[in-house]
Design a binder for this molecule. Sequence first.
Ligand code: PRT
Ligand code: ZN
Length: 288
Amino acid sequence: MQKLSVVLQKSGKLSDGCVTLFQRCGIEIKAAKNQLLFQDDAFGIDFIFARDDDIPGLVENNICDLGIVGENLLQEYNADSINIVTKLGFAKCRLSLAHLKTANFSSINDLNDKSIATSYPKILSGFLRANNVNAKIVTMHGSVELAPQIGIADVICDLVSSGATLKENGLVEFMVIAKSEAVLINKQNSFSDSKQALLDRLLLRITGVLQAERNRYIMMHIDRSRLPELIKILPGGESPTILELQGMPQKIAVHIVSLEEVFWDTIEKLKEIGASSILVIPIEKMIF
Ligand code: PRT
Ligand code: ZN
């Protein structure tokens, strides 16, 4: 049987999320710290570890069947033959414009004739072109946050997650130009039957994990007469499971798989219509 080859970032902001994703798919990656190749024989994957910048090229050149990168990197790499198989919901961040606290930028037009430091010149130039802004792009490969402080550029365009790094460097985010998360990529290839079968099995597991992550199993007790209101509150609750409660003929137990995250305001609305004994339970796997 042919194995699949999957390239992951060796170490960085994508690594832990990748290991956790495969672990939840029943595939343990037990590579030592400096190991660059890990062979999983139980499922049938050869894992390759590389710098994230090299991942699109390894997939494009058919060295690896699949890879995981940030959407931002893929956009910057700009390979037409690479396909996003699925978004993965981790390593979420945004590509933002930021200026020194002491400066004053409030609209896109304020960027005219200014200089912007970034590691994402392609995405940034596309954004500037689309908005008819004429600014100079200064390409840097790291420490972009330093640029305005040492006079290399007026503004930066960099990835932001919590915002802590901007704050530590006296910068203020003033515009998000793109959003990103980890994505699974492949090349539009036709695989051999056995490889395709393995890929289908892997995708079924990944989809199951992602679906389960978003959804919740909710159980509660409620007056039978309030059921229509409850269905309106909970998305995906159109066909709930309804169980009788012993000795309480007017009440029922309702079980629903919610297709969205359940926030506190939803719980409050359920309480308002008289729901009690509300349990919100994470789902481990969900296969349709
Ligand atoms: O060594 P290698 O080349 O493989 O890694 P790298 O240093 O180039 O990339 P890495 O590990 O920093 O990021 C890999 C991918 O993770 C990125 O392409 C994004 O898709 C995603 N990601 C998610 C992030 C962040 N969050 C993030 N916060 N990438 C970088 N950052 C950096 C950002 O550049 C800034 O310096 O973290 C800092 C800001 O973080 P906050 O939380 O302080 O806002
Ligand atoms: Zn990199």
